[in-house]
Design a protein around this ligand. Structure first.
Ligand code: HEM
Length: 132
């Protein structure tokens, strides 16, 4: 229903909803990555718990897990899991700090997003060293 006394005109402005061509601000990228890393962490946890359960079930189970974990591709996945966890924790701490009312404005939000991504890059390198 139209508000009384007002005419609603439909603006025919071009709308771009193509995510590949929209230039996202760094805070938006940090936010999307935080959600993605949370979902990756969730699946990682399920896989790692299954591996732990198998390795503790019997000697054969343990040897099977050792066999599964032996290989570049698996190490690469493990590194990805650790990087996602690192980003989720760093990004999560950033979120909690902002929820407490600090650094909520545009500039400090962009700065903290860059810091979170930088800290994760360092942790990711450390995770790589740990895995290999
Ligand atoms: C097993 C560990 C974890 C899993 C599986 C997990 C998973 C998730 C997922 C899927 C989301 C996205 C929810 C959404 O955006 O709708 C989320 C959000 C969040 N996580 Fe985690 N998380 C874990 C650990 C942590 C830790 C250790 C922290 C603390 C630093 C944390 C802090 C947060 C915060 C603050 C949010 C909300 C972000 C927002 O407001 O958009 N999480 N988590």
């Amino acid at each position: 229903m139209e508000p009384s006394g007002q005419t609603v005109t439909k603006k025919q402005r071009p709308v771009n909803l193509d995510l590949r061509t929209i230039r996202q601000p760094v805070a938006a990228i940090a936010s999307i990555l935080h959600r993605v890393s949370g979902v990756i962490t969730l699946f990682s946890l399920a896989i790692l718990l299954w591996l732990l359960k198998s390795s503790l079930s019997s000697e054969t189970g343990f040897l099977e897990v050792v066999d599964i974990l032996d290989g570049f591709f698996v190490w690469f996945i493990l590194w990805g899991m650790l990087t996602a966890l690192a980003y989720h924790i760093v990004g999560g701490i950033r979120h909690l700090i902002m929820d407490a009312g600090y650094g909520e404005d545009l500039e400090s939000g962009a700065l903290s997003a860059k810091v979170a991504l930088g800290v994760t890059a360092v942790l990711s390198v450390l995770a790589g060293i740990m895995v290999w």
